[in-house]
Structures are given as C-alpha cells and as structure tokens.
Design a binder for this molecule. Structure first.
Ligand code: SAM
Length: 232
C-alpha cells in the first residue's frame, strides 16, 4: 500500500514541543493546507463550505521513522502509567496516522495556489495531509460516549502573564502577526512542560518556536511568565 499526501499543512507550530495534545484546545491557531498540484482541483472541494468542521487524516511525519510500540505512556496520566497504543492517541503507532477535527475556514485561491484554511489544529508545520473529510455531527458526535482516561478536556490550568520588559517586543510581534498575543497565551495555558519538568526548580526557563517568534518563559507559583519574544 502506498499513500500519497494530498497537501501539506502550514501551522504556527514549528517544533513538536508545545503543540496542544488534541485539536480545539488552542482555538487561536490557524493553519493553511497547501494542496499538491495533482489534488488542487476546485471541483474536489465543491460543497465543502457547508461544513463547519473537517476531519484531517495525516502522517506523524516527524516521528514516523521511530516505529511503534505496543505500550505507551500518555502524558495525561503523568507520563508513568502505560497503556496499549490502541487505547491512546499516541503518535507512536503502526502507520503513524493521525486524526484531528478542525474548524473549516474555507477554500481560497491565493497567487495561483489552492489552499484550505483551518483553525484549532494540533499539527506541526509541514505535516503531510493524507485525506480531508467533512465532520458529520449526527454520526461523529456521541454525547454519552465514555472517554476513558481522557474523559474531559484538560482544563487550561495556567495563568499566563507577560513580564513588563517583554511588552515592547510583544507589541511589535502583534503588529507583525496579529493575534500572536492570544496564541501565546492559549498555548502556554495548556502548560506544555513534560510531567517530569513540572517538579523542577522554578527558575528553569522553557522555549518554543511559535509562528515567526522564539518565546521564552518561566513558571512561578503555578503561573507562566513570558520573559522573551524574539523574531526568528
Ligand atoms: N489529534 C491527533 C490524533 O489523535 O491522532 C493527534 C494527537 S497527538 C497526541 C498530538 C501530538 O502530536 C502533538 O501534541 C504533537 O506533539 C504531535 N504532532 C503533531 N504533528 C506531528 C507530526 N507531524 N509528526 C509528529 N508528531 C506530531
């Protein structure tokens, strides 16, 4: 079996670290699927505007070569408990296929290229998209379903603040990329630190590459403080 990507998604998430663990958690994040020439046919998207949400099937391209393991450690369980890969949404799975529901912002023609705009995805920049399907509420939403160890959405449990000395670079960043202030806040509210780092000393700094910026922050008394924003 051979799969051919239909497009590549461009997102603000330039590295794996700090990408939300499921779609819909960071609503500010917008992405664009650039369709490959063979699939950039407007006819293939006729009617898609009628759907508010879409399923994306994609390849975990960044980790696919690591193969799969039968037991994985879901971060939601603190990173110690092991569960079967098919009882989780882990990236370390056979065929490395991911599945995310995203908001449909519409299909557009831009500089001769066909692209589909989406919002709320949990995909890294450059992820190959294998298929797109409409989300069907009557079939896909099951209100009384049980969600195992992830029965409810993780509460964004971090307050996020900007240090006074970072405000000038934040204002500049907001002029360059409108919405970046909220995007940084929503990403950090998810507390992307790995479980074992949450126990470490408060002065430790963390960094992420988000959109056109390198962001650095510290966690002090269960609140995140953004201390540096640099244009890449
Ligand atoms: N919603 C999808 C699913 O259930 O199949 C993905 C869930 S997976 C737990 C989400 C994580 O995948 C993100 O937090 C990020 O670390 C990772 N990820 C996103 N895009 C990736 C890619 N292209 N290659 C490898 N890992 C990726």
């Amino acid at each position: 079996m051979q799969l051919t990507p239909i497009g590549i998604i461009h997102t603000p998430y330039k590295e794996k670290f700090a990408i939300p663990r499921q779609p819909g958690l960071v609503k500010q994040a917008q992405g664009e699927i650039h369709l490959c020439t063979a699939f950039a046919d407007a006819n293939a998207f006729r009617g898609i505007d009628a759907f508010s949400h879409l399923w994306l099937l994609f390849q975990f391209h960044q980790t696919a070569q690591r193969g799969w393991s039968p037991l994985v450690r879901p971060p939601r369980l603190g990173g110690n408990a092991k569960l079967g890969v098919f009882a989780t949404r882990s990236t370390h799975r056979p065929n490395a296929i991911g599945l995310s529901v995203v908001e449909n912002l519409g299909i557009e023609q831009q500089k001769g290229q066909l692209l589909l705009k989406v919002r709320g995805m949990d995909l890294m920049d450059g992820t190959p998209i294998l298929d797109i399907k409409p989300y069907l509420p009557y079939a896909d939403a099951i209100p009384d379903a049980s969600g195992g160890f992830a029965n409810t959405a993780p509460a964004p449990d971090m307050q996020v603040h900007y240090a006074a000395e970072v405000i000038p670079s934040l204002l500049k960043a907001e002029r360059q990329s409108p919405g970046i202030t909220d995007l940084i806040k929503q990403v950090l509210a998810q507390d992307p630190r790995p479980a074992y780092k949450k126990k470490q000393h408060e002065t430790q700094e963390f960094g992420m590459h988000l959109g056109r910026f390198n962001i650095r922050w510290q966690v002090r008394q269960q609140e995140s403080l953004v201390i540096e924003i640099q244009t890449v």
